[in-house]
Design a protein around this ligand. Structure first.
Ligand code: BGC
Length: 413
């Protein structure tokens, strides 16, 4: 059986707002609590990972995984503009320390969708000042945490707002979005609420590509010596019909960020599904195809297509920083992992420089506007007791990691 290269990273990922709990100084917390809101439920205690990280990181290591990708929360580190919390930074030092103690490589994302309230109140990414704010935050993080970092990424899926523009117009609850944004602005005493998900996608792209470039420089200037990259959402885009706008979509959503990734040390690829693009927008799933809890097509082969797409456009190494499936049926996750990894092996045998596979997600967690219903975790979390239960898919991926090769799921107990 073909094996993965020596030193291949095997991991699982989380994001601060989705797992830590009580991230009440963030813009998303505000949106979760206005009425009406798009959020099915508020994040509240999430997985209490803020306190339970020592056990969670140990669990990840015990499974056999060697990498933990997590994000640090800007709203905690800089609770008011220009004022930094040494306490919060020390918290993340302890998390990084726990990784090292367990022999786990930490890959840290500085920005995973959520911003501090004050950042939203000042207008968010659309404002020119956003750039200096982000760079100052990166600088502070690099100086305080740099010696413990192994990998850093500036942004998680900064191309998401552009991707969302391709949803069929009928799927966007425009009236609720507008009301929610207005109420959130009022709640923070501002005229506009500058949230990542609500901004002008083109302005965000321009500001954030510039912020990435400067962020990389600053993150590399502190103590420590670690690669810095960006994680980009990349889906398998398929053209439907002779007038499909598929190529235009790729040029708009993906290519600018693949170009931006060249200003760093690596590209993170994050793939979940296939999208069918018609002459105006996405068409939605093909009738008859199995759907995940997200309403996406169950399409693990998307990963191979996306790795090939990315590798044709970037010269930096590629890490799969997210890939996974929302399902209550864990046997579907096992199947998804196996088929996705087959695709990774195909890419490797064609010489594509893929250096790691990090699964989304370590824990069942807060899936943004959909709340806690979709289950992406390798590990289940009891919402009343916070008890963790290891799913068979976690043992499957852990065993693959230990043996550095794809295994027959039936052979794992
Ligand atoms: C995001 C995660 C999210 C996952 C599943 C990615 O877009 O980075 O935060 O939970 O997809 O939807």
């Amino acid at each position: 059986m073909a094996t993965f290269p020596d030193g291949f990273l095997w991991g699982a990922a989380t994001a601060a707002h989705q797992v830590e709990g009580n991230n009440f100084n963030s813009d998303l917390w505000v949106l979760e609590h206005v009425q009406p809101t798009l959020f099915a439920e508020p994040s509240l205690d999430a997985c209490d990972h803020y306190h339970r990280f020592p056990e969670d990181i140990k669990l990840l290591a015990d499974l056999g995984l060697n990498t933990y990708r997590f994000s640090i929360e800007w709203a905690r580190i800089e609770p008011e503009r220009g004022h930094f919390s040494v306490n919060a930074l020390e918290h993340y030092r302890r998390m990084l320390g726990a990784c090292h103690e367990n022999g786990v490589i930490p890959m840290v994302t500085l920005y995973h969708f959520s911003s501090p309230r004050w950042f939203a109140a000042m207008g968010g990414w659309e404002k020119p000042a956003a750039l200096d704010c982000f760079v100052r935050y990166c600088d502070r993080v690099a100086r305080h945490l740099g010696d413990l970092l192994a990998f850093a990424t500036t942004f998680n899926e900064p191309n998401l707002p552009m991707l969302l523009r391709w949803l069929p117009i009928s799927e966007i609850p425009i009236v609720t979005v507008k009301r929610m944004a207005k109420l959130a602005a009022r709640a923070v005493g501002a005229d506009r609420f500058g949230c990542f998900f609500l901004g002008d996608a083109a302005k965000l792209r321009d500001r954030m590509t510039a912020a990435h470039q400067r962020g990389v420089e600053v993150l590399k200037s502190g103590p420590g010596n670690y690669p810095v990259g960006v994680s980009v959402s990349l889906q398998d885009e398929q053209a439907v019909g002779p007038d499909s706008k598929r190529d235009r979509k790729c040029a708009e959503v993906y290519d600018p960020w693949l170009e931006a990734a060249q200003h760093g040390d690596f590209l993170g690829v994050q793939t979940y599904t296939r999208c069918r693009v018609g002459k105006k927008s996405d068409l939605g799933p093909e009738p008859g195809i199995e759907l995940t809890q997200m309403g996406y097509e169950f399409w693990p082969e998307a990963l191979e297509t996306c790795l090939r797409y990315a590798s044709a456009r970037v010269s930096v190494p590629i890490y799969i920083t997210e890939n996974g499936v929302a399902s209550e049926d864990d046997t579907r996750r096992v199947e998804y992992i196996r088929r996705a990894l087959d695709g990774v092996l195909n890419c490797l045998s064609d010489g594509i420089d893929v250096k790691g596979y990090i699964h989304w997600s370590l824990l069942d967690n807060f899936e943004w506007i959909l709340g806690y219903r979709p289950k992406f975790g390798l590990v289940a979390v009891n919402r009343d007791t916070q008890e963790r239960s290891i799913k068979p898919s976690a043992r499957y991926l852990g065993e693959i990691a230990r043996q550095n090769q794809i295994l027959d799921p039936a052979a794992i107990g």
